[in-house]
Design a binder for this molecule. Structure first.
Ligand code: ASP
Ligand code: MG
Length: 420
């Protein structure tokens, strides 16, 4: 079995959906589990539906959802003609599930409603793509992944019950491969033991695909993206960015940790544990080799650049000149935990502690308040954090030219520079 994952951008128009046929057509006779995200920006649109609903603006919620419905119906009309009625009926079932809920009054927590509504994006996109492929001659079976992926009820960031999921995968998915070569299902979503829908965190489809690859002992996982492969910098900011042909799991985990938007950070572990190679390929140019990621260490990598704008530096100074030692430091870590802040950079000196975080005003305010018991707190905004792996002097001086450096941290492999 192979696992393919198509993200939202790879199915955001009729042409792009038709492109999945060409890609799958190249793999006739192979068993492929196809994991798909919601179309284009559907997840963002559905988030707005939830916001309106929870804020008590029911009419607005319904109207926003109507737009999402129409987008899917329009695309369906283009792509599915022969079995149009059946395809539309299935979409309508998903619409109905959401609309029923929107007609109620919100009584539970936001995150619960979020998952019940947002999961429809993946259900609709996969339903549509599966029906299109069947009509276009790529025979496949659609699966509701909520019958397989079991999670806890930590809505919006649900944790997967691997054992149950593996058992269901064995019971339901393997037998279906006996009948069809291609199975189409959703990424990003699951369900609790009470059949409530859950989601695994934004951009979680990569992770879903990795779970299936791992459980099903896949020969490989391919993530189809709108870029030519994993690049050493974001090509939107750095036109000279280039594709890296091979990478190690380790390097990809490091890149994700420092904020490179390559692959969902949770994706690598399940693959690494079973030594399943990950390919990142371009769905617009499937003839290109893309990036091949495996356990093999790769030498001679170019500088890999990650820029994080909108950073905030929080300076914590000890009040009475007492040293910043074990206790204040462990208290600070507790505060990070309580406020759900993950520092992007931490540095401590004798009587001060500096941390760089993403600009989340409410969280930072909470942190500042909690820390003010032991520290003097100063906050500086509008900074940029530059991280370069496999750095060289030329790259650093080019990227920091004309900037004021506020903080710098360096290991043999990685340099981080916080600048103004
Ligand atoms: N549709 C979800 C999101 O936009 C999951 C994904 O794309 O991986 O976050
Ligand atoms: Mg996506």
């Amino acid at each position: 079995m192979k696992v393919f994952k198509f993200g939202g951008a790879s199915i955001n128009s009729t042409e792009r959906i038709m492109n999945t046929k060409a890609i799958l057509g190249e793999h006739r006779g192979e068993k492929v589990l196809v994991v798909i995200s919601a179309m284009g920006k559907t997840t963002n649109a559905l988030e707005k539906v939830v916001d309106a609903f929870v804020a008590g603006r029911k009419a607005e919620a319904l109207q926003l959802f109507e737009q999402v419905k129409q987008t899917h119906l329009n695309i369906l009309k283009y792509l599915v003609t022969v079995n149009w009625k059946k395809a539309e009926d299935r979409l309508k079932d998903f619409f109905m599930e959401v609309e029923w809920l929107l007609h109620d009054k919100p009584v539970r927590e936001y995150d619960y409603y979020y998952d019940q509504v947002v999961c429809s994006g993946e259900l609709m996109s996969t339903s549509l793509v599966s029906d299109y492929l069947n009509e276009a001659g790529i025979k496949n079976r659609w699966i509701d992944v909520r019958d397989i992926v079991r999670t806890d009820n930590n809505f919006r960031d649900a944790n997967v019950d691997w054992q149950f999921t593996a058992q269901k995968f064995g019971e339901l998915v393997y037998p279906l491969f006996g009948e069809d070569d291609i199975l189409v299902t959703q990424g990003f979503i699951g369900a609790t033991d009470e059949n409530e829908s859950t989601t695994l965190g934004r951009e979680g489809s990569d992770y879903s695909a990795a779970i299936f690859a791992s459980i099903g002992n896949a020969e490989s996982l391919t993530i189809w993206k709108d870029v030519e492969g994993v690049m050493n910098a974001d090509p939107k900011t750095f036109p000279e960015a280039r594709v890296i042909p091979t990478l190690s799991y380790r390097e990809v985990v490091e890149m994700a940790y420092y904020g490179a938007q390559v692959i969902h950070p949770k994706t690598i572990k399940p693959l690494e544990n079973k030594n399943i190679p990950l390919e990142v390929r371009c769905f617009l140019r499937p003839e290109l080799p893309g990036t091949y990621i495996s356990s093999k260490p790769v030498h001679g990598l170019p500088p890999i650049i990650v820029l994080k704008p909108d950073q905030v530096l929080i300076r914590l100074n000890s009040r009475d000149f007492s040293f910043v030692e074990e206790r204040p430091i462990s208290r600070l870590h507790e505060i990070f935990h309580e406020t759900r802040i993950r520092p992007n950079l931490l540095q401590n000196g004798a009587v001060s502690l500096w941390c760089c975080v993403d600009n989340r005003p409410e969280k930072i305010e909470k942190l500042a308040l909690a820390a003010s018991g032991i520290f003097d707190v100063q906050v500086e905004k509008e900074l940029t954090l530059l991280t370069v792996r496999h750095y060289d002097e030329e790259t650093i001086s080019r990227l920091t030219k004309g900037k004021m450096i506020v903080l710098e941290q360096k290991t043999l492999e990685t340099i981080q520079v916080l600048m103004r």
